[in-house]
Design a protein around this ligand. Sequence first.
Ligand code: GLN
Length: 283
Amino acid sequence: MTYDQLMADGTARLKGAGIVNARLESRWLLAHVSGCQHSELISRGPDQVPEQTIAAFLDRLSRREGREPMQHILGTTEFYGLEFLSDARALIPRPDSEIVVEMALERISREQPAFVADLGTGSGCLLAALLANRPLARGEGVEASDAAATLAGENLTRLGLADRSLVHRGSWTGWQNWAEADLIISNPPYIASAEIKGLMPEVREYDPMSALDGGTDGLDAYREIIGLAAQGMKQGAWLVFEIGFDQKEAVSALLDQAGFDEITCRKDLGGNDRAIAAKRPIV
Ligand code: GLN
């Protein structure tokens, strides 16, 4: 069996499983198990593939046929220019969330120390992206899932950010440091429960449900966080959320009713409303 044959077989099987970028993904998987760059595979095309590599490829292929996300199979993914471990313990970092990081970074000084918090940190990607880009900042990730908290810790350590961060294991309702934060960021679960069944299998079956399900109208987490933030956050501090494409009005209204100021929304690269920021007023 040659590399070319194996890649073609892989492409056909992934196509059969309804995967759009079948050829590309077949190539990624073969490169991954061969331990080489995509470009190297081209020159190896007519060579025979070692038995062990074939077995490893077929294993990854059947996982992908079962619609396990590529990021879990490869074990890492890139977010905001950083590499994150990615597996079933937490929501996969998504490019859509990069705009949330950008909105937050615009509100954190480069010259002054700052304390930032990430509620429901999951993989730790939002917190890590903030700390990596603001060397004077320290931060805390709050995570109710023990498995996700462990993953966040692993990612922060791998990225050299462990000495400026800590992961609080527990829900944000029991978290005590609201008044310390200069900025709180969160990508909470925001899918309405009834919409979960319509998600792609990669999301529905493999991202943790606790990272997706936002209750009946998808807004449970926003209500909870905004309620606590309105009580506990320091004056002049920022709250920055990721939101669902159709949640701009609802989340703006919640922020407004809770007395937040300077409510601003930003679209992602796909043109959907994706990030919202608001300030706890100084009175
Ligand atoms: N953006 C995710 C999705 O579309 C949902 C993430 C979330 O609920 N925070 O699957």
